[in-house]
Design a protein around this ligand. Structure first.
Ligand code: 9MR
Length: 363
C-alpha cells in the first residue's frame, strides 16, 4: 500500500503544481470552485458568530464553501448557562436561523468540556460532587432536547483524556466529582434527549500520540461492548507540517476500524510549534515563503487523501476547519505566535493550501 500511496501522492503534487500556476494570480475570494460542491462528505468551518454576523465578506466565503457550521465558542457551557438557573439561547437560535437559511448542517460543539465549564458550576461541584450528575443530566436534556432534530451531531465530551499519553484527564472537575462514569453518562443523557443525533467523543493529538489514541479506543470499545450510545470519533486534527503522514494514516485506520463516524473536527496545519499551553508558542518561522505555501498545500492534499482512502464512505462525517482564514485563526491569539494554518490568507484570499485541499477531493 505504501508504494502505491506514495505514487498517488506524487502524481497529485505534480497536478497541484500545475493548478497553482494557473490559479494563484487570479483567484478571488469566491471566484473559485466551492469546496462542498466538490466533496462527497460535509465540509465545515468553525465560526465566531459575533464578528462573523457583521462581516459580509466572511459570510460570502463561508456560504460558498461550507455546508456544515460549528460554533467556535458560542455553544459552549459558559455561554449557555453563565449563572445558576439561567440559560442563554438567543445566540444559538440566531446560529440555527443562519444555518437553516443557508442549508448548512449544524454541529454542536460541545456539551461537556473541562475548559468551558462555568466557574459557578465548578464551585458548586467542589462543595457537593454528587450535585454535578443531576446538573449534567438537566443541562444535556434541556439543551439537546431543545435542538432535537436541528443539531445533527454533538461533541458530547471534549478532551476527556490527558493532554499527553495514557489515561483520563483526572484533574477535570467532571472526573473529580463523578469519576470516569461521567463520560458514559453524558452520552446516555444526550441519546435520551435526541436518539437520532450523532454523538462524538472529540480530542486533540490522537492522530499523533499513540498512547492517547489507544486510551481513547479502549474507552470506545468498552462503550460499544456495553451499549453506551457513542456514534462517532472526532479528531480535532490541529496538526503541524512535520507530523508524519504514516502516523496520521495509522491512527485514522485504527479509529475507522471501530465502525464509528469519523469527523476531522478542527483542522488546521501550523509551521511553528508549541507546548499545548496558552502562550506556549515557539516561533520557528516568522514569515511565509512560497515554498512553505506549496508544502502546506501538499499537506492539506495528503490529509484529504488519507481521509478519503482510509475512512470508509459511510463513516465520513466530514472535515471541519477550525476557522478558514489566517486573519482570524485561534492559533495566533492562543499561542501568542504568528502562523498561517488555514486555507485563506490574511486578506481573505485563497492560498495554495485551498487548492491543495480542493484538488484532492474526489466526487
Ligand atoms: O477557538 C476557540 C476560542 O475562540 C475559544 O476562546 C476557546 C475557549 O472556548 O476555544 C477555542 O476552541 C477550542 C475548541 O473548543 C476545542 N479544541 C481546541 C480549540 C482551540 O483552543
Amino acid at each position: 500500500m505504501n508504494i502505491i500511496f506514495s505514487l498517488h501522492l506524487y502524481m497529485r503534487s505534480f497536478f497541484l503544481f500545475i493548478i497553482f500556476i494557473g490559479f494563484e494570480a487570479v483567484a478571488q475570494q469566491t471566484d473559485v470552485p466551492s469546496l462542498h460542491h466538490n466533496a462527497n462528505f460535509h465540509i465545515g468551518t468553525s465560526v465566531r458568530f459575533v464578528p462573523f454576523s457583521k462581516d459580509t465578506l466572511a459570510q460570502k466565503i463561508q456560504q460558498h464553501h461550507f455546508n456544515s457550521y460549528t460554533a467556535g465558542s458560542d455553544m459552549k457551557m459558559y455561554q449557555i448557562t453563565p449563572k445558576p438557573g439561567v440559560y442563554h439561547w438567543s445566540r444559538v437560535d440566531s446560529i440555527v436561523d443562519y444555518a437553516v437559511k443557508n442549508n448548512q448542517r449544524l454541529f454542536g460543539h460541545n456539551l461537556i468540556w473541562h475548559s468551558s465549564t462555568p466557574k459557578w458550576v465548578e464551585k458548586k461541584a467542589k462543595k457537593n460532587p454528587e450535585w454535578l450528575d443531576g446538573f449534567m443530566k438537566e443541562y444535556i436534556s434541556t439543551y439537546v432536547g431543545r435542538y432535537k432534530g436541528i443539531v445533527d451531531g454533538w461533541d458530547v465530551v471534549n478532551e476527556g483524556l490527558n493532554t499527553k499519553g495514557q489515561g483520563l484527564r483526572t484533574e477535570s472537575i467532571w472526573f473529580k466529582s463523578l469519576g470516569k462514569k461521567y463520560i458514559e453518562k453524558a452520552f446516555i443523557y444526550a441519546h435520551a434527549a435526541d436518539p437520532d443525533a450523532i454523538l462524538f467523543y472529540n480530542d486533540f493529538n490522537i492522530e499523533r500520540d499513540s498512547l492517547k489514541l489507544d486510551s481513547m479506543l479502549e474507552m470506545v470499545y468498552d462503550f460499544l461492548d456495553r451499549g453506551v450510545p457513542i456514534s462517532g470519533i472526532g479528531f480535532q486534527m490541529h496538526i503541524r507540517m512535520d507530523i508524519p503522514n504514516e502516523i496520521i494514516a495509522r491512527s485514522l485506520k485504527k479509529a475507522a476500524d471501530t465502525g464509528l463516524q469519523i469527523h476531522l473536527s478542527e483542522v488546521d496545519i501550523i509551521f511553528n510549534t508549541h507546548d499545548d499551553s496558552k502562550g506556549g508558542g515557539i516561533q520557528l518561522y516568522d514569515h511565509l515563503t512560497k515554498e512553505m505555501k506549496f508544502a502546506q498545500a501538499q499537506k492539506y492534499a495528503d490529509l484529504v487523501n488519507m481521509y478519503q482512502d482510509i475512512v470508509p464512505k459511510e463513516q465520513q462525517y466530514g472535515i471541519t476547519f477550525w476557522g478558514f482564514n489566517d486573519r482570524d485563526t485561534w492559533i495566533r491569539r492562543f499561542f501568542k505566535m504568528n502562523d498561517w494554518p488555514t486555507i485563506y490568507d490574511d486578506n481573505l484570499l485563497p492560498k495554495p493550501a485551498f487548492f491543495g485541499f480542493l484538488n484532492a477531493l474526489k466526487i
